[in-house]
Design a protein around this ligand. Sequence first.
Ligand code: ADP
Length: 785
Amino acid sequence: MEDNRKNSGMILPLLPLRGISVFPYMVLHFDVGRDKSINALEEAMVKDQLIFLVSQKDPSVDHPGPDDFYSVGTITRIKQLLKLPGDAIRVMVEGVARGKIVDLTKDDEFFEVRIEELKEEEKKETDSETEALMRSVFGFFEEYIKLTNRATVETLVTVSNIEEPGRFADVVASNLRLNIAKKQSILEAFDTRKRLERLHSILARELDILRIEKKINLRVKRQIDKVQKEYYLKEQMKAIQKELGEGDGISGEVEEYRKKIKKAGLPEEVKEKALNETERLLKVAPGSAEMGVIRGYLDWILDLPWNTSTEDNLELKHAREILEEDHYGLKKVKERILEYLAIRQLARDMKGPILCLVGPPGVGKTSIGRSIARAMNRNFVRMSLGGVRDEAEIRGHRRTYVGAIPGRIIYSMKQAGSNNPVFLLDEIDKMSNDFRGDPASAMLEVLDAEQNFAFRDHYLEVPFDLSRVMFITTANTTGTIPRALLDRMEVIHISGYTEEEKLNIGIRYLLPKQLKEHGLTPGNISISHDTIRDVINYYTREAGVRNLERRIADICRKVAKQVVEDNKTRVRITRGNLNKYLGIRKYRYEKVKGKHEVGIVNGLAWTPAGGDTLSIEVTVMQGEGKLVLTGQMGDVMKESARAGMSYVRSRTAELGIDPQFHEKMDIHIHIPEGAIPKDGPSAGISMTTAVISAVSGRRVRKDVAMTGEITLRGRVLPVGGIKEKVLAARRAGISKVLLPAENEKDLEEIPGNVKRKMEFVLVEHMDEVLEHALVKDGENEDNKS
Ligand code: ADP
């Protein structure tokens, strides 16, 4: 062996390695199974235990030829052989030196090669650059070990003690996990400096990758940890719940909710939200308030008609029949509704305007809404906005509030049970706003076709589609409806009913309805038209028929009692015994009796509840010309009173009044029922008449009522609400009404039977008013009463 090495043409058996490389100074063991390799081992053992190890370029090749292994390898000394079961042998070797194949000398039972050995020169001193490289490599190696845990601290100590750069590089390289090609490249670097450099760059790159790898691992681990933690906690919770005997109930309940939610066909967003909430049920403490909140929420979601709708019936004939069946008169309203339905029939998706029914109470606004629903075959809901001042009433409270529930809109939708009901918003003129937010703006969103497909309720948190709802609103007056809302609506006015109309409604609609409600048949009761008229005149005073209906209900109740208790089959109600059913008369309704008086005039007023008579009183007393106005008059009304005064002063001569009257006396104009605010210019001629009467001492006719604005010159200007005022005058038993001439066209609206019974005088000037209103000299009131 010595000889061989001296020749530097050493001949050694060769063993190709699969997937490993060996460096000088490295001790390792590997198993050998291939015949050729075993033969090579045997050859080495009989000689000097030296064997040349090279790496196979491709580890999967079973029978490598000379081209299949690298030409640079390691001369190693066999330290130990161990026969393994089967034919395999475990070999332990120690790397001695690098070698390069010069020649293949044998290729039969085994490979044999001639090798050029590479001797490391023992450098006495390493130059500083090499030193620096070594340190840097060492630093890298330290970090490498930390990151990979591939070597022990001892290895690190061993390495740190190696001074020869070549050996240092080999030991480091042998401790790295690199692919064969990389290791080979280090092995092939005969020059130590080059070897170090290669190692340095390989290590640097390796570290980069390791650092990234570590980061990724950390992230993955964190995720896994979180999942595991949640899983663990959930399991724990389940165990606790089971221990407490509650768990099964809850998971059963959760399962139930899940099923219901999946079946409910909710919009995607809603479904997701509901499922999330369901999962939360599992997490919160059983029996906690939170659990109740979640349950409540889920029940709400499941109860809402997200996708339940009714089929519209837009057939006009059918609708007409229903409207007629439910309501007397109201021709204009019914026509308008039929038009509306016709348009919908032509353009189903057209967003029609929102109808707003305006009129005094009890004229059937609500019941018309109900009727529309019936005609269209839609469900009906009604919600009153009267007194709503908090936006949250409409939009609900957030769930963080204790006891929060959805707003009234969503509440009503649940009641409706379908997503396309007729939705009546009652008393939209009675909404108010204060510090709690503006409900009108929430209503705007509800009514706006551009927005209401995604109405947001604070409680629900998910949008609800209101676009298929048919909204109808009602109001007593348009005056107090917020402008923006009013602009979105089409107003249909319904005025009060005349006595004749009330009679018809009473007989044809209210009585049959009440009989049915009280379980009576038409045969059980006998009541004449005149008796009903008495009910209207002596027991009610209203523009609509609400109280009439109540009185009829009172009668029916008593009749029902008689039928049951006294075994009567038919009860007769007459004008004579009406007081047995309704008590004493509440209102007087006679031709105005009493006296024509000085200083008292019947004015006429329009109020949201219909028309009304307004008694205007003037008193004069010694004084210095003060004008006192009392009785809750608005500014416009006060100005109107002053205009009247100026007119009187400018006409003292014609009126036969002391020209200086205004300096000697105070004049007090009062309108009783002071709690009711009054405003507008329409009491102008009434106040002026009252002043003239008071100052001149001439009496005013009791049976005359009037309305009209006055100018400084005494001209009479037109005013509104004529029909309501006339009907009110009629109810009060007035027989003559003075109206501004320009209001003549409004007389058309007044039903014929009223017109026939009353006298209308169209006036243009104050002179005509006085002509008709003041009692003529020498006239006796009694024969006129
Ligand atoms: P509003 O909503 O205008 O205050 P309602 O709709 O409550 O009035 O009407 C009160 C009652 O009078 C209801 O029972 C209604 O059916 C009845 N009613 C009103 N107008 C008519 C009418 N034209 N024909 C038949 N019934 C009527």
